[in-house]
Design a protein around this ligand. Structure first.
Ligand code: M6R
Length: 617
């Protein structure tokens, strides 16, 4: 979490940094700040708690001019959101400024040591320690060239910290010069003409350049307006390549939509199509996922699959478990990445591990991937963000091709993840027992999905009316069976995170084992119950809720009108084969949480306490 952007060039830095921070706000929005080196070699520091607008207002009152600067938008870890705890942080001399994304785990020991030496700290953050440590190394250095001196100070300081960092450093003695380094937190170098950039994410700089270098762990980079140099922090050589950013700035704008989340929900006919485009093989009634890098023989030998992710990605994994087991009959397990990384799960040579992540930067998912690799396993990624750490470090995998997802609530990434997992199930199934006819049917149904999603989206207004009717309820239950156990969990997560209504998702038959105690006139239950193999079972559960006066909202298949008599509200999805139905059923749930959030006056795209990309433990 936290977003950083640095600029060195000829233009005025402040507007570029503020615009970059706006694009990085999804990474955290508790406070923001900017440090700019002015013409008289003094650092102009401005920072404010709260949203970016507060910083903009401050800059209007008290502008900061100069063409070299660093900036930060924060998701608080150590220390509450406040002006003092906002980045950038200064060293003891006040002539060095640092922005930091990550966590310095040994900050307390370092802070105590520096305090004994006479350093005075003004914040509760771990990051301020980094500024003091680098500043101390700079001030005590005997290196005469000031640029070399700053680089050697960073080199001397970073090995003393344990934890994770993506940093940008600026010194008042050195005009037109920035230093960056990363370990465990993302950092991208943007290459312009007569200007260069450092950022947590290419999205922050895509309006200025499409040429980017995705830095690797332990890289240290120096930037001037016309040049850059990348080495390892310990001075060893580093290899890098310049990539071309594959999306346009417009893709990362809301356009005509009031919120990114709504835009991303409505993009799903396209994003789902992008997830399967070029991957359907008609003459084999199968799918192709070339990025897996596995031979047919290796694929055939797989006897177990582990799917690993966090939050929404773990729900997609759960839907994937049901899909792969039904299509390919290969035992599949879901592991929450944060658990997997600290367990010692038995994996053998025929187990295939996938990590699933929209951002490709989620720290627990990254750590789970590295743990699997450390044990000698091939770990594949299902990732949206091109060039992300998981995309680069995994041993192959598949991109979602969803385009940027900015709203904190994951929407189109979920449906694309499930689509890719369905392709995987089809591919593996067709290598085993799955018939040509069945394979052809899956291909046909996949191709029909975008049009069916359009049909679901037409019900947005109807769903809004439901949100208006129930918008002050204290809690909600989400219930589904089989493929829709995962959908129920996802619906509940969406509702909690953007509407702040307590919601819990359950396998519907679990109701009688305790959850039914929560059913009351004030607590609606959302049933995900298309006309499938467990439909009748769901009807019985719905009756049990009705008998206890619980309001019911049912998501079912078009044409199934009997629920009009039974449920208080009915939302329809088009008929679809059972294993693909989570893709369609997730969409009314996304719309439901969206409209609840709007009706309750919540900040849809930036819900409280959250950040899009969870890059700290
Ligand atoms: O970027 P990732 O897919 O790895 O993110 C995983 C979760 O942090 C994410 O899905 C989170 O749960 C969303 N806010 C849910 O809407």
């Amino acid at each position: 979490m936290c977003g950083i952007i640095g600029y060195v060039g000829k233009a005025s830095a402040a507007p570029i940094l503020i615009e970059g921070l706006r694009r990085l706000e999804y990474r955290g929005y508790d406070s923001s700040g900017i440090a700019i080196l002015n013409g008289s070699n003094t650092i102009e520091l401005r920072k404010r708690s709260g949203r970016l607008d507060n910083l903009k207002d401050l800059l209007l009152e008290n502008p900061a001019t100069g063409s070299c600067g660093i900036s930060h938008t924060r998701w608080a870890t150590h220390g509450e959101p406040s002006d003092e705890n906002a980045h950038p942080h200064s060293d003891q001399s006040g002539r060095l400024a640092v922005v930091h994304n990550g966590v310095i785990e040994n900050y307390k020991i370092l802070k105590d040591r520096l305090t004994e030496e006479g350093h005075e700290f003004v914040s509760q953050t771990d990051s301020e320690v980094l500024a003091h440590l680098i500043g101390k190394c700079y001030d005590s250095s005997t290196v005469s060239d000031s640029k070399d001196r700053l680089v050697s100070a960073v080199r001397e300081a970073l090995p003393q910290v344990s934890g994770t960092y993506g940093i940008a450093v600026l010194h008042a003695d050195i005009p037109e010069f920035l230093v960056g380094a990363r370990l465990g937190s993302p950092l991208v170098l943007g290459l312009g003409r007569g200007e260069n950039f450092l950022a947590s994410d290419v999205g922050a700089i895509v309006t200025h350049t499409k040429d980017a270098v995705y830095l690797q762990d332990r890289d240290l980079v120096c930037l001037t307006p016309d040049d850059f140099n990348i080495e390892k922090i310990d001075g060893a050589d580093s290899t890098y390549e310049v990539s071309t950013v594959d999306y346009t700035p417009e893709q990362a704008e809301k356009g005509e939509y009031p919120h990114f989340m709504l835009k991303e929900i409505f993009e799903q006919p396209t994003s789902i199509g992008n997830a399967f485009r070029g991957r359907l093989v008609d003459d084999q009634a199968s799918a192709i996922l070339g990025g897996l890098g596995l031979t047919p023989r290796e694929l055939r030998d797989i006897d177990r699959i582990v799917l690993c992710g966090c939050g929404t990605a773990s729900h997609a994994a759960m839907a994937g478990e049901y899909i792969i087991e039904s299509l390919a009959r290969i035992p599949t397990e879901v592991e929450i990445a944060s658990e997997f990384r600290y367990r010692n799960p038995p994996l053998d040579k025929n187990t295939l591990v996938f990590v699933i992540s929209q951002s490709g930067e989620t720290i627990d998912t990254l750590a789970a991937m590295r743990e699997g690799q450390r044990k000698g396993h091939r770990v594949l990624g299902i990732v949206n963000s091109v060039g992300s750490t998981i995309a680069r470090e995994s041993d192959g995998g598949s991109y979602l091709h969803s385009g940027p997802e900015i709203g904190v609530a994951a929407t189109k990434s979920f449906t694309s993840q499930v689509t890719v997992l369905a392709l995987l199930g089809l591919l593996l199934g067709r290598m085993k027992h799955l018939s040509v006819e069945y394979g052809q049917n899956v291909l046909k149904e996949l191709r029909e999905l975008p049009a069916k999603v359009e049909q679901v989206l037409l019900q947005s207004e109807r769903i809004r009316q439901i949100a208006i009717k129930y918008n002050d309820v204290p809690a909600m239950l989400f219930l589904g069976r089989q493929f829709h156990y995962a959908t129920a969990l996802e619906g509940a997560l969406k509702m909690k995170e953007i509407s702040y209504i307590f919601a819990s998702g359950h396998a519907a038959a679990e109701l009688k084992h305790g959850i039914i105690a929560l059913v009351s006139e004030e607590v609606p239950s959302v049933f995900i119950m298309p006309k499938d193999s467990v439909y009748e079972k769901n009807v019985s559960t719905l009756e049990e809720v009705k008998a206890r006066k619980g309001p019911t909202i049912a998501i079912t298949t078009e044409g199934n009108t009997e629920l009009e008599e039974l449920a208080d509200e009915v939302i329809y999805i088009p008929p679809v084969m059972e294993c693909l139905s989570p893709i369609l059923a997730a969409i009314p749930l996304q719309l439901l949480s969206y409209h609840f959030s709007v009706e309750r006056g919540c900040d849809v795209d930036k819900p409280r306490n959250l950040a899009k990309s969870v890059t700290v433990e």
